[in-house]
Design a protein around this ligand. Structure first.
Ligand code: ZN
Length: 242
């Protein structure tokens, strides 16, 4: 079985549609989503509805919780907070209710899905450095844990002796006796200086994971952000990939 995993859509409908089209072209039937459907971009309702329709399983991100008042936005940077205030006003009651039903973690098909970290999902910690990844492994039992949140694709493994390291490639086999934490990157606001939308394909039969990058209509997503009156820097960063 193959599963596509998407995360950090951030109300970017152009990027989301491109990713879903690619997933369908590859005849992958199932999609799991790691949250942050909203925040930053101009199409929160459309993105919630499309994700909820397409994804079989989904967990909440910090921006989803912020949009429904479950997370305090005083810790958000001013631009992110402004986008959340705009999102709160823009989402429908129905979509608000959908966001409020999302859980923080889900284990499905032996895979752990969590937006930020397995250790304390509700704290929205970021995993960047190897040490930050390393201390997470004792907090999940499955072989693979998928995370989002940093918007930077990366893969870390730990072997049976506790040796932990990054994997460099975008396509790699899953080796028995190793556990993995995979950050699948962001659909709607990549931050690794590559503006292309990012998502992952998990192949349970061949035991492999691939990170896929796709070009999408960035100018249209940017124009919508500006037309919505959202901070212009949110449009600029889409092209910069940061
Ligand atoms: Zn995010």
């Amino acid at each position: 079985m193959k599963v596509a995993i998407i995360s950090d859509i951030h109300s970017n409908l152009e990027a989301l549609q491109t990713v879903i089209k690619d997933i369908k072209k590859r005849r992958i039937k199932r999609i799991f989503c790691l949250g942050d459907l909203v925040g930053y971009g101009a199409n929160p309702n459309e993105c919630i509805e499309l994700c909820m329709r397409e994804a079989k399983s989904m967990v909440a991100g910090n921006h989803d919780w912020a949009a429904i008042g479950k997370t305090d936005i005083s810790v958000f940077n001013p631009v992110a907070a402004e986008a959340i205030r705009w999102t709160k006003k823009s989402i429908s009651k129905n979509n608000f209710n959908k966001l409020s039903k999302l859980k923080l973690t889900e284990t499905i098909e032996g895979i752990l899905l969590v937006h930020a970290s397995p250790q304390k999902p509700e704290q929205w910690d970021y995993l960047f450095a190897l040490d930050e990844f390393k201390r997470q492994f004792e907090f999940f039992k499955s072989q693979v844990c998928f995370v989002g949140h940093s918007h930077i694709p990366s893969a870390v493994f730990q072997d049976a002796n506790g040796y932990t390291d990054f994997l460099g490639d975008n396509l790699f086999p899953l080796i028995d006796n190793r556990k993995y934490i995979i950050n699948i990157g962001s659909v709607g606001q990549p931050r690794d200086l590559d503006p292309r939308a990012s998502y992952a394909i998990y192949d349970g039969n061949n035991k492999s994971i691939e990170i896929v990058r796709l070009n999408y209509n960035i100018p249209l997503a940017q124009q919508k952000i500006i037309d919505a009156g959202l901070p212009e820097v949110l449009a600029e960063r889409l092209l910069a990939g940061r």
